[in-house]
Design a protein around this ligand. Sequence first.
Ligand SMILES: Nc1ncnc2c1ncn2[C@@H]1O[C@H](COP(=O)(O)OP(=O)(O)OP(=O)(O)O)[C@@H](O)[C@H]1O
Length: 509
Amino acid sequence: MSLDWEYFFSLFTMSAFYEACVIVIILSVLAWSFGAVFGFVVACGKLSEKKWLSIPSSVFVWFFRSVPLLVVLVFVYNMPQLFPSTGPYLGVPFFAGLVSLVVTEAAYMAEIHRSGLVSVAKGQKEAGHALSIGFLGVQRIIIIPQAIRVSMPAMVNEFVTIIKLSSLVSAISLSELLQVGQRLYSQNFLVLETLLAVAVYYVAIVTIFSSILHWAERKMDISLRSPEALSDEECEVLRLQSIAVTHTPIDPMQKGVPNALFLQKIKKSYGRHEVLKGIDLKVKPGEVLSIIGPSGSGKTTLIRTINDLEKIDGGEIVLFGEDFIKPKALSNQRTVFEGIKRIGMVFQSFNLFPHKTVLQNIMIAPNYHEKNDSVSETEAQALFLLDRVGLLAHAYKYPHQLSGGQQQRVAIARALAMSPDIMLFDEPTSALDPEMVGEVLKVIQDLAKEGMTMIIVTHEMEFALSVSDRVIMMENGVIQVDASPIDIIENPNNMEGFERVKEFMGKIS
Ligand SMILES: Nc1ncnc2c1ncn2[C@@H]1O[C@H](COP(=O)(O)OP(=O)(O)OP(=O)(O)O)[C@@H](O)[C@H]1O
């Protein structure tokens, strides 16, 4: 027996097949799009800390991943028997098919989105919070764009699955490709030729659409983008466009100027482990304070409480004489966010936003907070800051194209973009190769000279002693020593706790 090739080729001139192709494409595109959006909502619900959201979302995913699509299809199509008012919609095979595909796909897409969302590093959320960007802003600007890039390959795969699954809708008499084929071979019995043609139509649709989606995926892949550094001439042009970010430091000698920060009896525990045991600390405007101490003594925890990255269990933080941070139950979120705007934070692991260029990283907070009258003014200020940290030539690069030291300098420029009154540095050089440490410390030193109030957690003892007005040493969640570098270097014997500092310095030198 041989195939009837003439009949086979004639099937590619038949309008019924092209009409069926249009139905398959429309159904698949709609099911994919709605499934992706609905699935995203379900994924967020599943990740929510609120049980009334996470439990129904988990049940939805579990149920629709367990039930075969064919069962869902037949059930939805027959729903008007139970609810006659749904007849005008669910009684139509196209809509019944669409609803069934959307709910089934949403369950799969939810898991894809969930893996994308959890893959975004915790530091990204923290960097957004440190720029005083609210929960929804962080999701919209930082988390979702990165999560979608991670989910994209699996979502493209899901589109192919939907195109193939759409053939099941023939079971409820939708005139899609398989149904057109079935009608033909039930009359002429040329089953193989007809199904072969149906397969060719499916392969063509899948090939065209997966090529388009793969193209989009490549376009979204930041790691494939590699903008060049700018030439000296190009930098000069940008330099002329830049606008200085002015920030007048508060004069500490002025009468009645409050402390920049006043920490009163700060307590913080992780479970039963009390990490901060009632810390009292005052920082004057323009003062540079370094925090040193052995690993695990609570330095990072302390600095993170100052911009609400760690909630405090007891005590209070007052910012320039105004209410700022209190334990969660007493805290006013609006006051906290207003306070965080006045504080810039630089992290050990940089936490730059990988999907944004260097310039966009710096512009993100001023744009979000509408700091300036126009985006072009924000850009001009971002160029100024970038020039200040010596990276103007790298303005249009992405973070993955920079060295660690360069990334940290961008992070400093990003933190300065909101013209903060206080800068916090959490071990800014710990993740850097030794030869890059100097370039970052130089930027911090320049800020100190300009009178910026700074708190620096560091293991760089020499740097801490040279740049700081005061050095505090923490141990076991308390401040053991609070002294000026001069006291530490020149009058150590008069200093309370000197033995401990000497021992600690001996260990790290
Ligand atoms: N999220 C957390 N959950 C539980 N324990 C934590 C958490 N963060 C910190 N800790 C614990 O709190 C203590 C203080 O940690 P912290 O990071 O503040 O110390 P550190 O002085 O900054 O140390 P290092 O110099 O090594 O960074 C440690 O014992 C640490 O294990």
